[in-house]
Design a protein around this ligand. Sequence first.
Ligand SMILES: Cc1cc2nc3c(=O)[nH]c(=O)nc-3n(C[C@H](O)[C@H](O)[C@H](O)COP(=O)(O)O)c2cc1C
Length: 189
Amino acid sequence: MSDPGGISVLGICGSLRKASYNMATLRTAIALKPANMAVTVADISQIPPYNEDVRAEGFPPTVETLRRQIAAADALLFACPEYNYSMSGVLKNAIDWASRPPDQPFAGKPCAIIGAAAGMAGSARAQYDLRRSCVFLDMHPLNKPEVLIGQAQTKFDANGKLTDEAARGFIRDMMVNLAAWAQQIAKKA
Ligand SMILES: Cc1cc2nc3c(=O)[nH]c(=O)nc-3n(C[C@H](O)[C@H](O)[C@H](O)COP(=O)(O)O)c2cc1C
């Protein structure tokens, strides 16, 4: 653990829109986190489209910042929208940039995934694509509970508050499990 008294988590949201249900879900997770956890949210809005020629010249400052934040965090929390049955390009692009050598910062990190989508499946397909990337990135995704908020337009009020009690319960449980998972992995490291 970077801080013996607590677990530091970096939240990364794959939607940039102001009224994003995924950002609202991330805010809910922060509100329901256990006391021994601190969550900061990364700003990935200014990361340029990935270009290997640009990387060869050096990481852009926005990517450097993200890589530093990932490396410093004890765990990551992805809020994963579903676009065309996969994760959003914005999220994939940020992951692609941050994942490039040297010192790939995702390696060995515990992470959890939450998601909200308009469809019934609640971003499940996108989340499973993200889990697939976790394999290559050598991350340790938390398995349960899954947080899949389907028909998101019916589950939040006008202020972006998640009103679905069952979903709030899953998120609360996930945050407790993520804290335990991060501690377990840190002990093995
Ligand atoms: C390009 C695009 C593709 C989408 N594809 C899906 C999809 O495959 N499955 C789904 O449930 N919703 C899909 N949606 C609807 C999103 O779930 C909805 O816009 C949601 O609000 C996006 O997350 P956000 O609120 O965090 O921005 C799509 C939306 C966009 C803009």
